[in-house]
Design a protein around this ligand. Structure first.
Ligand SMILES: C[S@@+](CC[C@H](N)C(=O)[O-])C[C@H]1O[C@@H](n2cnc3c(N)ncnc32)[C@H](O)[C@@H]1O
Length: 358
């Protein structure tokens, strides 16, 4: 099968006027409505076109969380099989006082990446407010405006003596905006197993970037899903085909329809979550159940999908305690303590920034 890169397509588009470029995988009409987005635009449109034009099609998990996606994810968290949220909630309800006891500082800026609706974090915030810290700020960062709205709702009347400074944006773009010299230390939260959405190399790069922004003695609390029985790990993302997880993932196709004028028909896609022992991750795909063309009206582009071709949406990496040790060491952090739930399914790991190493 012939595949052409987006760059090549653009070249053809601008140099060969009035020619209709067509490949099995991707095609453009020249009389399209909008010019193609540039990589530097950092837009949903660019990433979607880029991901769907790739030989191995993929869409970034961060785009799952538009307003509807964020609402659907709160239902995922409440579902029976999704043990991750339940286990982390148990940890934070029972052990937040213990976690907070390690944070000794006069003033603290609590920054949470991908905060979501904050219903678990609120327990930790409560414990931190009970510490003798003079000056507290909570800076939740989330790419989803709806998540920030739900979070404000959760926190209504619960923040006593804590300034709230929410930021809507991408993790590392928003992080510098949350940092301020006004606080002696930072506590960075990355909960819910979000770090598992990265490959191991992406996670290392991400943690090293974060470390560069933080001060010696700052802390991180990171949520990791632990390796366990394969059926339990897979079931968290499975459920029946029309279940809430399915709606959550297929909502990304609907989002492309809404925002880019696409004509994805969800009924011709089937979710395929499976545990891959080579990556130690549950990998999640949408599989096209027939050969089809999807049209993106906004850019007058056709995307071709073969029968059984997959679009990779996200992954959820599973870790061992040894993986955590290696990751912390390689990225310049010291593990202070691991806080696990009663089943040992999930861990919130407290790390300290150690600038004397590396
Ligand atoms: C799996 S949910 C977890 C939410 C929360 N941490 C929890 O444990 O309940 C992921 C959250 O991260 C946000 N998110 C995903 N990718 C992001 C990115 N690149 N930058 C900022 N927020 C992101 C989503 O909008 C969503 O609210």
């Amino acid at each position: 099968m012939l595949y052409i890169s987006l760059q090549w397509c653009k070249q053809a588009l601008f140099t060969t006027c009035a020619i209709y470029v067509f490949t099995c995988n991707f095609s453009f009409n020249l009389a399209r409505a909008d010019p193609l987005p540039e990589e530097s635009d950092h837009t949903f449109a660019f990433d979607v076109i880029n991901g769907l034009s790739d030989k191995n099609k993929h869409l970034s998990s961060k785009y799952l969380y538009d307003d509807e996606g964020s609402r659907l994810f709160t239902q995922v968290m409440a579902s029976e099989n999704y043990y991750l949220a339940r286990c982390e909630r148990e940890i934070l309800i029972n052990q937040s006082d213990d976690i907070a006891s390690y944070i000794n500082t006069e003033s603290l800026n609590i920054i949470e990446l991908g905060a979501g609706d904050g219903t678990k974090t609120v327990h930790l915030l409560d414990s931190l407010q009970n510490r003798k810290i003079n000056h507290l700020r909570y800076s939740p960062i989330d790419i989803s405006g709806e998540a920030i709205r739900l979070l404000r709702q959760t926190l209504e009347g619960k923040l006593v003596d804590t300034d709230l400074y929410p930021i809507e944006g991408d993790y590392l773009e928003a992080l510098p905006k949350a940092l301020t010299p006004d606080y002696q230390h930072n506590l960075l939260l990355f909960l819910g197993g979000n770090i598992g959405n990265f490959t191991i190399e992406e996670a290392k790069n991400f943690l090293r970037s974060i470390r560069a922004y933080l001060k010696d003695g700052d802390h991180l609390l990171l949520g990791f899903d632990l390796k366990k029985d394969i059926n339990i790990m897979q079931m968290a993302y499975s459920g029946e085909e029309e279940g809430v997880y399915s709606h959550f993932h297929k909502n990304l196709l609907q989002r492309i329809n809404r925002e880019l004028g696409g004509n994805f028909d969800s009924k011709y896609f089937k979710r395929h979550p499976f545990y891959n022992p080579l990556t130690s991750a549950v990998e999640m795909y949408l599989i096209s159940t027939k050969k089809q063309n999807v049209y993106l009206k906004k850019f007058d582009i056709n995307v071709g999908l073969d029968e059984y071709e997959g679009i990779r949406l996200t992954c959820s990496k599973k870790s061992s305690f040894q993986d955590l040790q290696n990751l912390a060491k390689e990225c310049g952090f010291q593990i202070i303590k691991n806080f696990t739930d009663s089943k040992n399914y999930f861990v919130d790991s407290l790390w300290r920034v150690n600038k004397t190493t590396q």
